[in-house]
Design a protein around this ligand. Structure first.
Ligand code: FE2
Ligand code: FE2
Length: 182
């Protein structure tokens, strides 16, 4: 792995409480495409980083919004892109790499072209692999069982590639089984 990737990983580990989800997203990007661009890998490694910055943030859970709400997802994606842009500029990264990374992070929830779709799919796999206990632990105080079920459904249903669906299927089934135990 190159130096910028390692520096970015160190920043994420130091900054974000759920760094493992980001590191596993980068792992799944590599798995789905063994020759990813540097921008795609760095986007995977940082795509949710805005949640680490509390000032000016929005609550992680909101009773009023749906998981697929376009405006909320766009706000979250663009806010993450802003922090990553600042970090990469400070590291004097190549401006072209910065632009590509920002564009990918800005579209990580919905995809839209090859690399962005791959990032979205890797994000979903990593979510189902890493974040399930965290979401279940929020029931009933912050989320209802139905809301968590909707989140799991959303994260699974948005996956586009056949290969990613095959990887995610057992993780999704286990997530639902764990949810139904409570
Ligand atoms: Fe996200
Ligand atoms: Fe994510």
């Amino acid at each position: 792995m190159n130096k910028l990737y390692q520096k970015t990983k160190a920043w994420v580990e130091k900054t974000y409480f759920n760094a493992n989800h980001l590191i596993r997203t980068a792992y799944w990007v590599n798995y789905l495409n063994p020759k990813p661009s540097e921008a795609l890998l760095i986007a995977a490694l940082t795509h949710d980083i805005e949640r680490a910055f509390k000032e000016g943030s929005k609550p992680f859970f909101s009773k009023k919004r749906k998981w697929d709400d376009k405006a909320s997802n766009q706000w979250h994606s663009e806010r993450s892109a802003k922090f990553v842009k600042e970090f990469l500029e400070k590291e004097k990264a190549n401006p072209c790499l910065i632009n590509q990374t920002v564009r990918l992070i800005s579209h990580h929830e919905e995809g839209g072209w090859g690399e962005a779709d791959l990032l979205r799919d890797a994000d979903s796999i990593s979510f189902l692999e890493v974040n399930v206990p965290f979401f279940i632990s929020r029931i009933p105080g912050e989320l209802s069982k139905k809301e968590v079920e909707e989140k799991f459904n959303y994260m699974f249903a948005r996956i586009g590639s056949k290969k990613a669906i095959e990887i995610a299927k057992p993780l999704y089934k286990k997530a639902m089984a764990d949810l139904n135990k409570i």
